[in-house]
Design a protein around this ligand. Sequence first.
Ligand SMILES: C[S@@+](CC[C@H](N)C(=O)[O-])C[C@H]1O[C@@H](n2cnc3c(N)ncnc32)[C@H](O)[C@@H]1O
Length: 451
Amino acid sequence: MTKKKQQIWDGNVRDAALTILLAVDKQQAYSNLLLNQTIKKYKLEANDRGLLTELTYGTLQHKYTLDYYLEPFIRGKMDLWVKWLLRLSLYQIEYLDRVPDHAAVNEAVEIAKRRGHKGIASLVNGILRSILRQGVRSTEEISDPVKRLAIETSHPDWLVERLIDSYGMESTTKMLHENNVAPIASVRVNTTKATVQEVLQMLEQEGVQAEQSKVMPECLHLISGQAARTKAFKEGFLTIQDESSMMPANVLNPQPGWRVLDMCAAPGGKTTHMAEKMKNEGSILATDLHPHKLDLIDENSARLGLGIIQTAPVDGRKAAHLLQQESFDAVLVDAPCSGFGVMRRKPDIKYTKREEDLSNLHDIQLELLNNAVKVLKKGGRLVYSTCTVNKEENEETVKAFLTSHPEMEPADLENLPKELLERSQHGMLQVFPQDFGSDGFFVAAFRKKTE
Ligand SMILES: C[S@@+](CC[C@H](N)C(=O)[O-])C[C@H]1O[C@@H](n2cnc3c(N)ncnc32)[C@H](O)[C@@H]1O
């Protein structure tokens, strides 16, 4: 790419990042979906894709910290887009070594001129140059340690307090810092089609460097390159999935020939994993509340060559009325949740979830589990999982569930590596983002008593 073209694209990337940030704020749009759409629409090349992702996630991830830095330099009201432009520019100045400060300021001024007028450009220029001269204030000025941690890591106060109550200051501090670090990209090998070594070789031939995880044997960590663009992906040799999300299928441990229900299945990451574990023998009914999401499961199973998955739109809270009683050997409830374990991937969660939403989620999770029990055969295995680190949705949902279901008992978490089993207690396992660099995730296993 010529130097001139690079410069033109640089401008577009920052502008595109600003458009995404504004849509996330104003329309509560999902940052990850908008990023993917923008990358497709502008047909961005690898460098620009990387920069756009970094600018969008980085600015969102550090929003409260950036606001704390900006506050002394802003007087009076300001349009929302100008505020986001300042955050975006200050993010580059404070966190990105590869962007020279003057380039970040110049780009901001150009965008301000294009989107507004000369007056706004001069305001943006003035604020950013003052910050460059004076530097930003230290968070040491915040005397309350909870508030300081909230600002330093850019999380809402109520969430920081809640996590400290549950896990203590040390773990919470590690977790909140980890939430601002880019996740490890990982993929799951489709073991019905090839071995781990074969898929590693296929990827290498396509210029993607990867290595086998030391935790989950079917998991590869990507070192460089993009799995989604490879022939190996298109031909169904792998699925893009976080390593923690590979736990539920392993813990449920469905065997070839079983009849399995995946109650909250879309987009089918765990459904297809289970089908692979079952060597594509038996049957899986994959249901989800939202009918339009079922296509994603069908697409994924077709790509992976898995023929045992059937999809149906079912509200899990009514599953016991719609499906046959005691007809499944195993049920997976990968429940809707607050997503506090995946804030690295979806930083908007930090700012949009409200504390009052959490007990509602707990109630829905219980309803789903109540229905799962009814369709599960005696002696059958039930696994409950969430991608959150919120005790109310994890341990407390399990406790309430077991209290109201004497016919169920906690079951051993089988089929997991030693490092994970050592962390489990009473048939439950909470993984934190700082443990293995994978998502924060919770899994619990139960068995339906035979009498
Ligand atoms: C955590 S996601 C599932 C991810 C999926 N298991 C995977 O591995 O790809 C939770 C899913 O639950 C679905 N859902 C929400 N409420 C539901 C309900 N009442 N019944 C069934 N599915 C529900 C959502 O549409 C969402 O797709």
